[in-house]
Design a protein around this ligand. Structure first.
Ligand SMILES: Cc1cc2nc3c(=O)[nH]c(=O)nc-3n(C[C@H](O)[C@H](O)[C@H](O)COP(=O)(O)OP(=O)(O)OC[C@H]3O[C@@H](n4cnc5c(N)ncnc54)[C@H](O)[C@@H]3O)c2cc1C
Length: 396
C-alpha cells in the first residue's frame, strides 16, 4: 500500500523526496527491527535519537538562518509519518521539542531566537512543551501554575503533568499564570522559556515522577514540580508583550501540532495495514491464505480506504498551513480522522493476526497500545469536534 498509495504521495510532491527516501530506508533497516525490544523494555532509543540528530530532524522546522532544515509542513508530515511507521515514540522525541522551537521562532524576541534555536536545531539543546497540569488538560485556561514578578525575575510555583521529554530537556516552554495579567481569566497566562539542566533536578524544578504508560514508551513523560523557581524576566516569550498572550500562542502552535499528530496516526495506520496484509497472505486457514477469505479481503479493502483518506486529509491540512491559510478546521478534521483511523486499523490488524496479534512477538500489539495516544494528545477527539463545529458554525 505504501508503494501503491502513489496518488497521495505524488500529490505531496514539490518536496524533498530525498529526505523521505533516506528516512524510509533507515526506518526499514534500523527502526523496524529494533523498536519492539526497546519499547517493551521502556528503554530510551539513544542510538536512534543520535541518528535523528545526524539527519537534522531536531531542526526539521527551524529556519535555515538558525541552523535548521526549514521543512515545509507537507514534508515534515511525511517525515513524522515515516518515523511513526517504524516507532511512534520517535516522532514524540522531536515533536514537543519542535513545538517549543516553533513558539520561540514565531513569537520570541530576536535575542530569544538567537539564543536557543541554533542549539535546538542540532538537538544538543532539547526542548519540551508544558501546558497540562494534574487538574487541567482540555480546559487549558484553568491552569494553576503561578509566576509572580519579583524585580527582574518571576518566581514560579506549580505542578505540571505529562511533560514529554521533560527530563532530557534543557529548555521548557512553560505556561504559567501571571496574576497581575488577569487573575480571573486565561489572559494572564504567559509562556516562559525556562532554562534547566537536563536531569531530575535543576534549581527549584524537580522531575517528581516518571509516568508509566501502556504505550508511547521508551521516551519519558514526567510530572514536574516548580517550587520558588526563579526565571529572569527576559525569559518571558516575546518579552513584556508576551505577558497574557501565552495561551493564545500555545494554542496556535498546537494547531500545527495537530498536523503532526495526524501524520503520526497515518504512520501507525500504515504499519498496521502493512502487517495485516503480509500476515493475511501467508497465514492459511481452511486450505487457503486467509487473504482469500472475503471477510479478510474486505477488511483489508476498508483499511486501505481509510488509510488513504487519512493521508490525504493530513497532507491537505499541511498544504493549507504551507499556503499560510487558517488550518483550525483542516487540522482538526485530519487529527480527528487520522487518530481514530490508527486506532481502528491497529485493532483490525490485531484481529487479522488472530492469537498472534495478542503476542508481543508481533508488532501489532505495539500499534494497538500506541494508537490511543493520538486520540488524546494535543486535544482529544471530543475537543477536535468542538474545534471543527465551532469553525463550521461560526457566524460570518
Ligand atoms: C503520553 C502523553 C503525553 C503527553 N505529553 C504532553 C506534553 O508534552 N505537554 C503537555 O502539555 N501535555 C501533554 N499531554 C497531555 C494531553 O495534552 C492531555 O492529556 C489532553 O489534552 C487531555 O487532557 P486531560 O488528560 O486532562 O483530559 P480531560 O481534559 O480531563 O478530559 C477527560 C475527558 O473529558 C472530555 N472532555 C473534556 N472537556 C470536554 C468538553 N468541553 N466537551 C466534551 N468532552 C470534553 C475529553 O475529551 C476526555 O474524553 C500528554 C498526554 C499523554 C497521555
Amino acid at each position: 500500500m505504501q508503494q501503491k498509495d502513489e496518488a497521495a504521495h505524488e500529490d505531496a510532491q514539490g518536496v524533498s523526496d530525498e529526505i523521505i527516501d533516506t528516512l524510509r530506508r533507515w526506518v526499514d533497516e534500523v527502526v523496524v527491527p529494533g523498536a519492539s525490544a526497546l519499547e517493551l523494555a521502556d528503554e530510551y532509543p539513544t542510538e536512534m535519537a543520535e541518528q535523528m540528530e545526524d539527519f537534522g530532524l531536531f531542526g526539521a522546522t527551524i529556519p535555515e538562518s538558525h541552523g535548521g532544515l526549514d521543512l515545509d509542513h507537507v514534508t515534515y508530515a511525511r517525515v513524522i509519518e515515516e518515523l511513526s511507521r517504524g516507532w511512534m515514540s520517535l516522532a514524540g522525541i522531536v515533536n514537543s521539542h519542535l513545538i517549543c522551537a516553533k513558539l520561540i521562532d514565531r513569537f520570541g524576541t530576536p535575542e530569544q531566537r538567537d539564543r536557543s534555536l541554533p542549539g535546538m536545531a542540532t538537538g544538543k539543546l532539547r526542548g519540551c512543551f508544558s501546558l497540562s497540569e494534574p487538574d487541567s488538560g482540555s480546559d487549558a485556561g484553568a491552569l494553576r501554575c503561578r509566576a509572580v514578578r519579583d524585580g527582574d525575575e518571576f518566581v514560579i510555583n506549580g505542578t505540571k503533568m505529562w511533560v514529554t521529554n521533560g527530563e532530557r530537556a534543557g529548555i521548557v516552554a512553560l505556561l504559567a499564570r501571571v496574576p497581575e495579567g488577569d487573575p480571573g481569566g486565561s489572559s494572564g497566562i504567559t509562556c516562559f522559556l525556562v532554562d534547566k539542566m537536563p536531569g531530575k533536578q535543576s534549581g527549584g524544578i524537580t522531575v517528581s515522577r516518571k509516568i508509566d504508560k501502556i504505550g508511547y514508551r521508551g521516551l519519558e513523560t514526567v510530572e514536574m514540580s516548580y517550587v520558588d523557581h526563579r526565571v529572569p524576566a527576559d525569559r518571558v516569550l516575546g518579552g513584556d508583550e508576551g505577558i497574557g498572550n501565552g495561551l493564545r500562542w500555545a494554542l496556535a502552535a498546537l494547531e500545527l501540532g495537530r498536523i503532526n499528530v495526524a501524520a503520526r496516526g497515518v504512520g501507525v495506520a500504515q504499519a498496521a495495514y502493512d502487517a495485516a496484509v503480509a500476515y493475511a497472505k501467508q497465514r492459511e486457514a481452511f486450505g487457503k491464505p486467509i487473504a482469500k477469505h472475503q471477510a479478510i479481503a474486505f477488511k483489508i479493502a476498508e483499511m486501505a480506504t481509510k488509510l488513504h483518506a487519512a493521508r490525504l486529509m493530513t497532507y491537505d491540512a499541511a498544504r493549507k498551513a504551507d499556503a499560510g491559510e487558517r488550518v483550525d478546521l483542516a487540522a482538526g478534521m485530519a487529527k480527528l480522522f487520522a487518530s481514530e483511523t490508527a486506532a481502528e486499523l491497529s485493532l483490525d490488524a490485531m484481529r487479522i493476526h488472530g492469537g498472534n496479534g495478542f503476542s508481543t512477538e508481533y508488532p501489532v500489539e505495539r500499534y494497538y497500545r500506541d494508537a490511543p495516544l493520538m486520540i488524546i494528545g494535543e486535544g482529544t477527539s471530543e475537543i477536535q469536534k468542538l474545534v471543527i463545529s465551532r469553525a463550521l458554525l461560526a457566524d460570518d
